[in-house]
Design a protein around this ligand. Structure first.
Ligand code: HEM
Ligand code: FES
Length: 780
């Protein structure tokens, strides 16, 4: 496990004539030559430190490290996808080879850390991963939550009256360590010693210890190794005790070639580090980031429903694993750069997480970011972190505890220091302070125990991402229609949106929500405009809206989200609105005008008095606006409008089903996908197992095949197997649960994909669509 770096420090892997002008006499750029992941710049902010690379030289050779460094999202994800070409075997290799003295010390302890899971190649790895996966599934992890909560509460008790604490030393190191030991099944002795051991392991694996430090580190690592062996021996005496290691010992009986002795000893040591240091650091990074963004902190204090996504955004923005490693097993090209077989790769996942190509406004810390969980902090594919959902659960519980009991805390003045290394990253200390007299539980002791419902284990869903807004203006704009201007409750800017987008307004605590298309100007970041049809006779959502949308009312909204995107490359547009369906269509017309796309706007209604926004549309669109008012005898003649198909012209429509159906039946002779309509109601009913069949889904990137039972959606089966897939509506409307299809015919049931997209069979909505046959193959 201790092979020297393939390219010696300062060496050059290229065959070339000396180029005297370049550093090292070889074609390594100056910036690449200066790259030093042990320097303070990298330690403080890895993605910022390699920004130049992400932008200009995304794959470069580091002579200092002897590694190729990869910095962009797509390149890194492709590397994670292919663990045969890119072997993980060097993941735990010492990045700084140690000298003979330290090696002798390690040998004296019989140190033989070898393959675990994270650095195991195929075909050995997947059978082992599958054999050991069950204790990590959401179903099994929920049993650990009460312990996490109890520990979090007790540790906060210890310092809550002090007004000041180092969260790392006083809580964040020990609690995840205790949880890790509990999960693994290791007795909770020697916690301090274990902390020293695991820091030594980090330095030994990913650090650059000076020769004089190497020996001390080697002793600690050697002791850690022996300690792991002793614990394992004790466990073997009582293999029925709970714990993941005992689970492995029991599995060894059935599968001795898969779960080997060498594996168990190495995992005993690596497992302690994997399970605790990562999570301790991740929480410290998250708290630092949140307290540095007081408005985000305030928001999660006020609405703990935002915590799951905030955890994900923290892992993206400032995760605890900054970079990971792979070995190229054959000549390959990454991001256009030819890389010879045998090259070592440092894949800077923290840089991928700040790649503008994947994350809009990537440096912005946005706790509502809808693709936050696309981050690569847990890796991806067949080696993706098995413990991710335990880590997520712990982080959620810690943040719930802090926001509930210490919402008034802030960062103390301090300089942050990090243990210099390429990969494991978190501040060594995190000092926070608050006024104990203002502790909420002094006023209301019930706050301490705050009965929170269990966290949702797994990747967050979009459901909980609400945003408080205030009705700033309300104006009747037609009979029964009120136009509302909604501004952020904190007066700040609202997120950007594009025509066709809608928001969901939650109807108080009724559990109901209503969807409204945005109809204002997308350039206005201050207010969202919606037009609400108040059906005074109705019950439920509409009645709630009727009673609660007066000026000054505070509402909770979700979104904006867009399932009805305007194709800005269209040659021409026919825009058709019926009744209140004018809202998204008006935003599209405004955009078409701004872009100079030729368009016509047909607006239909029963009576003129019920049609909103007519004057304003007239002023903006002049002759392009065609009004069709039923009781004035001017109905829209659809057969005539659509008589001659116009290739390159797109029809966008929103309105009553009757109108949309008529458009569909009158446009069958148009090119495929010419007609795009907005759907607010799903066609999928609840799953009826008696009418479904089960099927098999092969997940190419993860190397798994899962069974989807007749009484399960594909999305549910994926989540039960610990595969992250985003979701929001879960009824085939929003498109967030899309997965890529490699093979097998899909029974599409969503309302997102167009006819052509369905026929291509390249993607599907996992919340509702299923396999036609017995099997599908997915890029997951
Ligand atoms: C693998 C990060 C918490 C157990 C990994 C990998 C990363 C990672 C980057 C390698 C992924 C790859 O090669 O694609 C993290 C982070 C954590 C965390 C950032 C906390 C925020 C945990 C916890 C446990 C754990 C709590 C155990 C209880 C594992 C295991 C693997 C792994 C067993 C190896 C999986 C395999 O190769 O098949 N983790 N981890 N991790 N992690 Fe975690
Ligand atoms: Fe909305 Fe599946 S979650 S379409």
């Amino acid at each position: 496990a201790d092979a020297p770096a393939s390219a010696a420090k300062g060496g050059c892997p290229f065959a070339h004539a000396p180029a005297p002008s370049a550093p090292n006499g070889c074609p390594v750029s100056h910036a690449a030559a200066a790259f030093d992941p042990f320097s303070d710049g990298y330690q403080q902010d890895p993605p910022d430190y390699v920004r130049w690379a992400r932008e200009q030289e995304p794959v470069f050779y580091s002579p200092l490290l002897g590694y190729w460094v990869v910095t962009r999202y797509e390149d890194i994800k492709a590397i994670f996808r292919d663990n045969l070409t890119f072997s993980p075997s060097i993941a735990l290799e010492k990045i700084t080879p140690t000298g003979p003295e330290a090696n002798a010390v390690l040998a004296s302890y019989g140190f033989a850390l070898n393959r675990t899971l994270v650095n195991e190649d195929e075909p050995a790895h997947m059978p082992r991963r599958r054999a050991l996966m069950e204790p990590f599934t959401p179903e099994h992890l929920q049993h650990h939550e009460p312990l996490v909560r109890r520990l979090a509460r007790e540790y906060v008790d210890r310092f809550i009256d002090d007004g000041r604490a180092d969260l790392v030393d006083q809580m964040l190191w020990e609690v995840p360590l205790t949880v890790a030991l509990h999960f693994l099944g290791v007795p909770e002795e020697d916690m301090d010693t274990l902390r020293q051991y695991s820091i030594a392991h980090t330095v030994n694996t990913w650090g650059r210890p000076k020769p004089e430090e190497q020996v001390a580190v080697a002793h600690a690592v050697g002791n850690f190794w022996q300690y792991a062996g002793q614990v394992l021996d004790k466990m073997r005496a009582n293999p029925d005790a709970p714990g993941w290691m005992q689970y492995g010992i029991r599995m060894q009986k059935a599968l001795p070639e898969v779960v080997t002795d060498s594996y168990l000893h190495s995992m005993m040591m690596a497992g302690i580090v994997a399970a605790h240091e990562t999570t301790a650091n991740a929480t410290a990074n998250a708290m630092k980031l949140l307290l540095q963004h007081p408005s985000a902190w305030r928001e999660i204090c006020e609405d703990p429903g935002l915590i799951p996504n905030a955890v994900e955004e923290c892992l993206r923005h400032n995760g605890s694993v900054a970079a990971w490693r792979r070995l190229a097993t054959q000549d390959v090209t990454i991001g256009g750069v030819a890389i010879p077989a045998g090259s070592k790769l440092l894949i800077v996942t923290s840089s991928a997480n700040h790649d503008e190509r994947h994350f809009a406004d990537a440096d912005l810390f946005d706790i509502r970011r809808d693709n936050a969980s696309d981050h690569l902090t847990f890796g991806y594919g067949s080696h993706q972190c098995m413990g991710k959902n335990l880590a997520r659960m712990e982080m959620q519980v810690f943040l719930e505890e802090f926001t509930r009991r210490l919402p008034h805390m802030g960062l103390a003045e301090q300089a942050f220091s990090y243990v210099p290394n390429t990969s494991f990253r978190g501040p060594e200390h995190l000092w926070v302070e608050w006024d104990p007299a203002a502790n909420p539980e002094r006023r209301d002791p019930a706050v301490r125990d705050g009965a929170r419902s269990p966290v949702r284990i797994g990747e967050p869903t979009g459901h909980a991402l609400t945003r408080p807004v205030v009705v700033e203006r309300a104006e009747p704009v037609a009979e029964g229609v009120v136009r509302l201007w909604l501004v952020a409750a904190d007066g700040g800017a609202l997120p950007r949106w594009s025509p066709g987008a809608h928001i969901d307004v939650e109807c108080g605590d009724t559990g109901l929500s209503r969807q409204y298309s945005l109809c204002g100007d997308p350039a206005d970041a201050r207010a969202f405009e919606i037009a609400v049809l108040l059906e005074s006779q109705s019950r439920g959502g509409s009645a709630w809206m009727h009673a609660h949308t007066h000026v000054g009312a505070r509402l909770r909204i979700r979104g904006p989200r867009n399932h009805f995107r305007l194709d800005e490359g269209a040659q021409a547009l026919v825009l058709v609105a019926g009744g209140i369906g004018i809202t998204p269509i008006s935003a599209m017309a405004r955009r078409a005008k701004a872009l100079g796309i030729p368009y016509v706007l047909h607006y239909c209604g029963q009576r003129r008095a019920t049609m909103a926004m007519v004057d304003e549309l007239h002023a903006l669109h002049g002759e392009r606006l065609h009004l069709h008012v039923g009781d004035e005898g001017r109905r829209l003649d659809l057969p005539e409008l659509l008589r001659v198909p116009q290739p390159g012209t797109q029809i966008y429509a929103c309105g009553p089903t009757r109108l949309l159906d008529a458009l569909a039946s009158n446009s069958t002779h148009w090119p495929q996908d010419s007609l795009r309509v907005e759907h607010f109601t799903a066609t999928v009913g609840p799953l009826d197992p008696s009418r479904e069949h089960g099927f098999e889904a092969e997940l190419k990137d993860s190397g798994l095949t899962i069974q989807v039972r007749a009484d399960q959606t594909l999305l549910q089966a994926l989540r039960a197997a610990n595969i992250d897939v985003q979701s929001d509506c879960e009824e085939g409307l929003c498109g967030s649960c899309e997965v890529a299809v490699i093979d097998g015919e899909v029974d599409h049931r969503d309302r997102v994909l167009t006819r052509a997209e369905r026929e291509q069979n390249r993607k599907m909505m996992s919340c509702c669509s299923r396999a036609c046959g017995q099997r599908i193959v997915l890029q997951l």
